[in-house]
Design a protein around this ligand. Structure first.
Ligand SMILES: [Zn+2]
Length: 382
């Protein structure tokens, strides 16, 4: 009655066969909800306030008092086209196979094994699947609502992605950055513009240079897990004709910060950085940081992390070493909004966000076993 690789393969393929770009996951959510019902879970499909991305919550009650443990994943994928889904060479191929319908299937398989064993266990096992994960279309608004306004709570959460062979001890926080530089008036002919009129493109150059210097200063401080914080620009937009004096210029990028820092502090620091440039140039400079996810960290000695490390070692025979990551993910939301101790573990796939994406069925089975071994340890400690 253990983990069944064929079932894992079939559920992963079924989920991948329903296209579900971020923000448009209702169909796959309904399919997934039905599958959870079939294995004996009590399922809620929460389609308010995000009707296009209903949240799937599936519960298995253990019959004894104990902790509520969440296994979490996202059903949305990046909106990048992919060849039709298929199974080949022991892998499932298709958009979302690795990121992260395969991992959702692995978590589901672990719950199925418990459900079909008919055993009792302490507390509850809850599967939560969302549809607004991948930025920029999603910023975890649905998960934030579930854990905030909706009042969903639990004792532990396992976010089923990010690292299959490491304990993620910390990851960075991230915001998108949009800077708008504006002068008064409309664009004018280069030669018919009053002397002294600021040129937002040249002002943008000063902002870019100030940010470059600041970035260099940040590079000197290495956070032990995640390295140095960063400023980054990926886009510059300004002007519309070679001899027109522009009225606006726009810079777009990211700001990433280490655990301990906050979005509010990063915004304040940015405002302070551009204030003298705005004052000297006569342009208005608006800096808007928008949260993607907060920073995250967990003590490797926290009972949840200890259970995961023990479960990993039991299944693989290897220790689970701690590491830090730059990339952001939903553990931050469970922690910051829900106040729920959270760890990451997910099967390792290939090609997330790339042209070709796949995941090995054996790897999915391995993660399902690790989830089960981790749960056993949490239950034993309950
Ligand atoms: Zn993902």
């Amino acid at each position: 009655m253990g983990v069944d690789a064929d079932r894992l393969r079939d559920l992963t393929l079924a989920l991948v066969e329903v296209e579900s770009p971020t923000g448009d996951t209702a169909e796959v959510a309904r399919l997934y909800a039905r599958r959870l019902e079939e294995i004996g879970l009590e399922v809620e499909l929460l389609d308010d306030p995000f009707p296009a991305t209903p949240i799937v919550v599936g519960r298995l009650r253990g019959g004894e008092p104990g902790p509520t443990i969440v296994l979490n994943g996202h059903l949305d994928t990046v909106p990048i086209p992919h060849e039709p889904p298929r199974v080949e060479g022991g892998r499932v191929w298709g958009r979302g196979s690795a990121d992260m319908k395969g991992p959702v299937a692995a978590a589901t398989e672990a719950v199925r094994v418990v459900a079909e064993s008919g055993r009792s266990f302490p507390g509850e096992l809850v599967v939560v699947a969302i549809g607004l994960h991948e930025a920029p279309g999603g910023r975890g608004e649905d998960l934030t609502w579930l854990l905030g306004e909706h009042g969903f709570t639990a004792d532990y959460a396992i976010v089923c992605e990010l690292a299959g062979d490491r304990l993620v001890a910390a990851h960075m926080g991230q915001a998108t950055v949009e800077i708008e530089i504006r002068r008064d008036g409309m664009p004018t002919h280069e030669l018919q513009t009053a002397a002294g009129t600021p040129n937002p493109i040249l002002v943008a150059a000063r902002v870019i240079e100030a940010v470059r210097k600041q970035n260099e200063e940040l590079a000197a401080t290495e956070h032990p897990w995640v390295g140095a914080e960063t400023y980054f620009f990926g886009e510059v937009h300004g002007g519309d004709f070679y001899n027109r004096h522009p009225a606006t210029c726009r810079l777009v990028g990211t700001r990433r910060w280490a655990p301990g820092n906050t979005l509010g502090a990063a915004q304040a620091e940015y405002d302070e950085l551009v204030a003298p440039i705005a004052a000297e140039s006569g342009c208005t400079i608006d800096v808007r940081l928008e949260l993607v996810r907060d920073a995250y960290s967990v003590d490797p000695e926290h009972p949840l992390a200890v259970a995961l490390r023990g479960g990993y070692e039991e299944v693989t025979g290897e220790p689970l070493e701690a590491t830090g990551m730059k990339v952001v993910a939903d553990g931050a939301v469970f922690q910051a909004v829900g106040g729920i101790p959270t760890v990451y573990h997910g099967p390792r796939g290939e090609g997330a966000h790339a042209d070709v994406e796949s995941i090995a069925i054996e790897e999915l089975a391995r993660s399902a076993r690790i989830y089960l071994a981790t749960l056993e340890r949490l239950w034993a400690g309950a």
